[in-house]
Design a protein around this ligand. Structure first.
Ligand SMILES: [Zn+2]
Length: 318
C-alpha cells in the first residue's frame, strides 16, 4: 500500500505522527518506535514508496492508502489526487456535456474551471464582443477586445484543456445561464420543460446570485423561487419582468467577485456530474467582501413542478 497522493505526514512527538491535515480524514498514529516514526516521515520525500506493512492498518482503515498499482492522482485534472479521499469511485467527467450561456468574466471563469476539472465538452454561447471591461483575471486579454466572446472563450478552453471539445450534436447534461438583473421567468419555465438540469447565475449591481441548481422534478425550480419572492413582495413579478425585458448594458464584473461566483457555479455543476447534486441551495456573493451567504429554498406549494414525481410509486398506475 502507498499513501493517497498529497497527504502530509507530520511529527507530533512521543512516538506519534499525524497523517493528513483535513479534519475530515486526518488521523494520529501513536505508540510508534523511533524507527517507525522515521519510516513514516520518509514518505513525505518518497510519496510512492510503500507504507511499512506493520503501520498500514490504521491508515488503510482511515481510507488514506491506495493499492501500490493504483494510478489515482497521476493524471489531470489536478484535483484527481483528492478523489480517493472524497469519492467512492473516481468521477467520470470526460463524457459530460455542459453548456454555458453568457461569457463575461464570471461565465468564462465557470468555463475554465470546468475545462480544468476534466469536463469533456463545453458548449459556449455568447455572440457579444469582448469589451475593455471584460479584460482581467478571468482570461480575456486586451488583444481580445472586439472579438466575439464565444470565439475567444473557445481559445481559452483549448489553452487550459487541449482535448476538451466545444462542439457536439448531443444535448447538454447541464446548462449554466449567466444573466444580468434577474432570470427571465419565461426562460425559467422553458428550461424546466426541457428537462435539462440548469444553474442560474445572476449578476446585479454589486453582487452575484449563484444557484440553486435545478434538477427538473427534484427540488425547487426557478418558478418556485419567483413564487417565494412574490409571497414577500407582491410587486416582484413586475420588477422581474422589467429587469429581464429592458436589460441594460452589462456592468463591469469585478475579477474577485467573478472568481468566487464562477467557482461556486462550477462546483455546483461538478456535484451534479459527480452524482451528488446539491439542489435547493443558492449563494449570494456581495462586494466588497465576496463572502458567500447561503440560502436554502423549498419547493413552492403552488408551483407544481415536482407534482409528477411526488406521487408514490405504489399509488401510481400499474
Ligand atoms: Zn417549482
Amino acid at each position: 500500500m502507498r499513501l493517497v497522493p498529497g497527504l502530509r505526514v507530520l511529527p507530533r512527538g512521543d512516538g506519534e505522527v499525524q497523517v493528513g491535515t483535513d479534519p475530515r480524514w486526518a488521523v494520529r498514529v501513536d505508540g510508534l518506535a523511533p524507527a517507525e516514526v522515521e519510516a513514516l516521515l520518509a514518505l513525505n520525500e518518497h510519496p510512492l514508496a510503500p507504507v511499512p506493512e506493520a503501520l498500514a492498518g490504521p491508515l488503510t482503515d482511515a481510507g488514506l492508502t491506495l493499492a501500490a498499482g493504483d494510478t489515482a492522482g497521476a493524471a489531470p485534472p489536478a484535483e484527481a489526487a483528492t478523489w480517493p479521499l472524497l469519492h467512492a469511485a473516481p468521477p467520470a467527467r470526460g463524457a459530460a456535456v455542459v453548456a454555458v450561456m453568457g461569457l463575461g468574466p464570471t461565465g468564462l471563469t465557470v468555463v475554465l474551471a470546468l475545462a480544468a476539472a476534466g469536463v469533456g465538452t463545453l458548449l459556449l454561447d455568447d455572440e457579444r464582443l469582448v469589451t475593455a471591461a471584460d479584460v482581467g483575471a478571468g482570461g480575456y486579454r486586451w488583444t481580445d477586445v472586439g472579438s466575439p466572446r464565444e470565439a475567444v472563450a473557445g481559445r481559452c478552453v483549448r489553452d487550459v484543456a487541449p482535448t476538451c471539445l466545444t462542439d457536439t450534436a448531443e444535448e447538454p447534461d447541464v446548462l449554466v445561464v449567466v444573466d444580468q438583473g434577474a432570470t427571465d421567468p419565461g426562460q425559467a419555465l422553458t428550461l424546466l420543460g426541457s428537462g435539462v438540469p440548469h444553474l442560474p447565475v445572476v449578476l446585479r449591481e454589486a453582487d452575484a446570485l449563484v444557484g440553486p441548481l435545478v434538477v427538473p422534478g427534484s427540488g425547487p425550480c426557478l418558478h418556485c423561487l419567483d413564487l417565494h419572492r412574490a409571497d414577500v413582495d407582491p410587486a416582484w413579478p413586475r420588477v422581474a419582468l422589467a429587469l429581464t425585458t429592458h436589460r441594460t448594458a452589462p456592468a463591469g464584473e469585478a475579477a474577485h467577485l467573478a472568481a468566487v461566483a464562477g467557482g461556486l457555479a462550477a462546483a455546483a455543476v461538478l456535484t451534479l456530474l459527480d452524482g451528488a447534486p446539491a439542489t435547493g441551495v443558492s449563494y449570494e456573493v456581495p462586494l466588497p467582501d465576496v463572502v458567500p451567504r447561503t440560502r436554502r429554498w423549498a419547493v413552492h406549494p403552488h408551483c407544481g413542478c415536482t407534482a409528477l414525481v411526488a406521487v408514490p410509486a405504489a399509488a401510481g398506475p400499474s
